[in-house]
Design a binder for this molecule. Structure first.
Ligand code: ZN
Length: 393
């Protein structure tokens, strides 16, 4: 399975200049190859005997002319131009397969990146070795163990990051720790409530930063277009966005690691997120808390540890069922946090009860999948094997 870890780099001035130059080379070559591709395509339309454009042919063409025509390319890693053309090849493949739009030209500021293959760089603790440059400091150590596949160095909001892709070995056999089943209720009040009664709030720092974000973006709209102050404010805003995204991602990683480490089977709602995003207040909360991202992480980390994620049917009434007796409430307002079951008299915390129902659902669907008796009040359910996905940022 392929996973990627994006790590902030701490380049000195010389290194940052090199990054900018390598990214500039990659962008130039990508755009050069794209316009060559178009030209060759036009020509071979007229004369079908001529070969159709291909990334391999374009790479050969570039190699034969770069010393004379683009000698400045030699100052940076040869991976920068090579990989750019290969990426264009992939972009066309995706286009022809109907998976993507026609490749666009790369733009400065938006597409500042270059890619290295694993024979061209080295990672050691908190540093990465880049060809024709040397060691660059990283802010973290690589999170994953396995065969390193590639690294993409990119500028985001004026900071440089290396996104390192790793092929991890087969999922470790489940440890003694990861045996039980848990229900995970995604909420607005607490980010997550577990059937064990534990709750996880979103990171506190986030709320504070979001207030600042709102203030900054309002300030930006008042600045004169094209002014220096506006540029400064824009950069500040972009940095804040990145910081918020990083904090959010880190906290979700901590949470998903902890849940998949402790539990083998995880029952979770199949949120109709599209429907929920229609609701403007909820939308904000959902987007902020990254439900999608959390579910995605739970799914791949569960597979990794030999566990599984069980999705409840979208119509599974996790909040309205009594987890003790199975009684189903007719209505339950969104703001009702506590309720008492009219049938068995047990009083419920809304979120813990929902999480418990999800846990029961997960238990019964895995039990019935093994031929056992269904347990708990779950009716509609489906087991979704956790897909193997690449973690991209
Ligand atoms: Zn009850």
């Amino acid at each position: 399975m392929f996973v990627a870890h994006r790590i902030r780099l701490d380049p000195n001035n010389v290194q940052a200049t090199y990054f900018a130059r390598a990214a500039g080379t990659a962008r130039f070559v990508y755009n050069w190859a794209l316009s060559e591709w178009r030209k060759q395509y036009e020509v071979c339309k007229v004369d079908p005997m001529l070969p159709r454009p291909s990334e391999a042919a374009l790479r050969r063409l570039l190699n034969s002319i770069k010393r004379e025509q683009f000698p400045w390319m030699l100052a940076v890693t040869k991976n920068a131009p090579q990989m750019a053309i290969m990426q264009l090849g992939r972009a066309f493949e995706n286009f022809f397969a109907g998976r993507a739009r026609y490749p666009r030209f790369r733009r400065k500021g938006r597409d500042d990146r270059f890619t290295l293959t694993n024979d061209q760089f080295q990672v050691e603790g908190r540093r990465i070795r880049i060809p024709k440059l040397g060691w660059v400091r990283m802010r973290e150590t690589l999170r994953f163990v396995g065969r390193i596949v590639s690294a993409s160095v990119a500028r985001v909001a004026n900071y440089w990051y290396a996104s390192i892709t790793v092929e991890t070995s087969d999922p470790p056999t489940s440890s003694a720790e990861n045996q039980g089943t848990v229900g995970v209720d995604l909420g607005v009040k607490a980010l997550v409530t577990l059937s064990t009664g534990e709750t996880f709030e979103g990171p506190k720092a986030l709320r504070f930063l979001l207030i600042r974000l709102r203030r900054l973006s309002r300030g930006l709209s008042r600045k004169v277009k094209g002014s220096r102050n506006r540029d400064k404010a824009k950069l500040k805003l972009a940095r804040l966005h990145t910081r918020i995204a990083n904090i959010r991602r880190d906290s979700l990683h901590q949470l998903s690691t902890s849940i998949t480490r402790r539990f083998h089977t995880i029952g979770i709602e199949d949120l109709n997120v599209k429907g929920m995003l229609g609701n403007r207040h909820l939308a904000r909360a959902i987007a902020d808390m990254g439900f999608f991202e959390l579910r995605r992480q739970l799914e791949y980390k569960a597979v990794w540890r030999g566990g599984q994620v069980v999705l409840a049917d979208r119509w599974f009434p996790s909040s309205k069922l009594c987890s003790t007796c199975g009684y189903r409430l007719g209505e339950l307002g969104l703001d009702v946090r506590q309720w008492t079951c009219p049938s068995c008299g047990v009083s419920h915390d809304r979120d813990v009860n929902a999480a418990t129902n999800l846990r029961n659902m997960a238990v019964s669907s895995t039990a019935s999948a093994c031929g056992g008796e269904g347990a708990g009040p779950a009716r509609e359910r489906r087991v979704k094997p956790a897909p193997v996905k690449q973690e991209s940022n």
